[in-house]
Design a protein around this ligand. Structure first.
Ligand SMILES: *Cc1c(COP(=O)(O)O)cnc(C)c1O
Length: 237
């Protein structure tokens, strides 16, 4: 079933890309595997999926240690600075950097590990008080402040826009993230200003995200089905 779901998402991403004149290979699919046991991740890998996203450090640590080291893991949850050491060692990419203190902690631990850590800056495009992410107007200042952090490579931006009733509701938010990325690239604030990553679009709105320039869509429910919401797991301790 997971293979069928993956095939459907791949086909839909491809179709959306071609329909708006984009190269389908420029868009990666992340499988969001929160609350999915290691066996589910392995099943997705057997269907060719290599990039996975996790929201909770402890849950991720257990799974990552059991699975093929060749898999690429992205952290997409809220991260506390005092968990930066574990995050820097477990993950290839941290997508949720939204403040200097966290960036500095990740940089320090990446340096200690002798590794260059790829990060995305999470932007709170909808200025929602309950959500993580730097405010759009403060993103430039954060990226400037992160410049001296020699063990981090700021690859691009990530966002989780306000929950809309329909996919079209996300379009203005995706567009604003793209606009912001263009501005920041003009200021040469990314590691590679010619290839800026934009992580946006979920099961419900990834087609719109592709149309608005996503380079990575983060798909959970469509691949793995509805998962039980366990509130105790939603708080990273
Ligand atoms: C859960 C989650 C997703 C996946 O959402 P679905 O609607 O299940 O596809 C993507 N990004 C983040 C940050 C998430 O927490």
């Amino acid at each position: 079933m997971i293979c069928d779901n993956l095939e459907q998402v791949r086909a839909a991403v491809r179709a959306a890309a071609l329909a708006c004149g984009r190269n389908p290979d420029a868009i990666k699919i992340m499988a969001v595997s929160k609350h999915v046991p290691a066996a589910g991740v392995a099943a997705a890998q057997a269907c060719g999926q290599t990039v996975f996203g996790e929201n909770y450090l402890q849950e991720a640590a257990g799974k990552i240690s059991q699975l093929d080291p060749a898999l690429e893991w992205h952290f997409i949850g809220h991260l506390q600075s005092n968990k930066a050491a574990a995050a820097a060692s477990l993950f290839q990419v941290i997508q949720t950097v939204d403040r200097l203190k966290l960036a500095a902690a990740l940089d320090k631990h990446a340096a200690q590990l002798g590794k260059q850590l790829d990060v995305l800056v999470q932007v709170n495009v909808g200025r929602e008080p309950q959500k993580s992410g730097v405010l759009p107007e403060q993103a430039e200042e954060l990226l400037r402040a992160m410049r001296p952090l020699a063990s981090l490579r700021v690859r691009g931006l990530m966002t989780m826009p306000p929950l809309g009733r329909e996919p079209e509701a996300s379009r203005p938010w995706f567009r604003s993230l793209k606009q912001l990325s263009l501005h920041l690239a003009e200021e040469s604030l990314f590691h590679d200003n010619e290839a800026v990553a934009l992580s946006m679009g979920l099961s419900g709105d990834f087609r719109v995200a592709v149309e608005e320039g996503a380079t990575m869509v983060r798909i959970g429910t469509t691949l793995f089905g509805e998962r039980p919401i366990n509130l105790s797991q939603d708080i990273e301790i």
